[in-house]
Design a protein around this ligand. Sequence first.
Ligand code: SF4
Ligand code: SF4
Ligand code: FES
Length: 277
Amino acid sequence: MKKIEIESKMINFKILRFNPDDGKPDLKEYKVEIKKGTTVLDALIFIKENFDPTLSFRYSCRMGVCGSCGMFINGLPALACQTQVFHLESDTVEIKPLPNYEIIRDVVPDLEPLFCKHRDIKPFIVRKDEKELENPTNEYKMSPEELENISQFTYCIKCGSCLSACPTYATDSEFLGPQALAQAYRYTADVRDEGFKERLNVVDSPHGCWRCHYASACTQACPKGVDPALAIQLMKREIIFRMLGIKKGKDGAGLYSTPKEKKIREGTPSPPERTVK
Ligand code: SF4
Ligand code: SF4
Ligand code: FES
């Protein structure tokens, strides 16, 4: 039998409304005619423009890149801009703010704890050669294979979905959480980095990686295919190997040497003039 594709349908949106100045969160209903391809974010914008301009939600890029529009959609964390309403296969769509965060207003969560934890693990390349960092003379060496080892962890857009799904964070607000721990591993495993010891006091603390019991809810929640649960286990292994002396601390990758003379291949076009001096 030929599958009939629905082009449009009336969908009932139940959206959590919350104003910190006046009372309790409450679900409000809005009926919207949805067309094929419409995302949850499109529907929220339609509701705001046509039914209630006070409806608050957060978004920016509309293309799954900025991480602003994480919400709890029909009981699961997801990016509103990346979720098509028809893909939910339900006539009712319930939208709530991500769990495990304070609500600022309606479906806007307060992501400050996420960013504070992220900042705590020093999410940048740490080097001893500060002179080179301040006045770079060349690129640090990194092979395609070395990049591949960390590449999936670099896709994190800091949407906070993993932290909202983590049962450990739900009971321990000081737990560093999957996002920050995955980024701690991302930088530790980066061949250019020398910051393992500087991150250790946070990562190897009572609220650090050992609190994770590997339920992998974070990995299932991630809309970018990052596997924070795996990163945390690799981080634990890294700490144990270094403590037992199985693995030595590494010096960060060296610099590419600058060629002594310029060799330009025949036929290579000249670069355009600089537009910024
Ligand atoms: S694997 Fe660890 S960090 Fe991820 S949800 Fe489970 S307890 Fe939280
Ligand atoms: S790891 Fe995934 S779910 Fe967690 S903040 Fe990064 S992109 Fe979002
Ligand atoms: S609006 Fe940027 S990720 Fe959804």
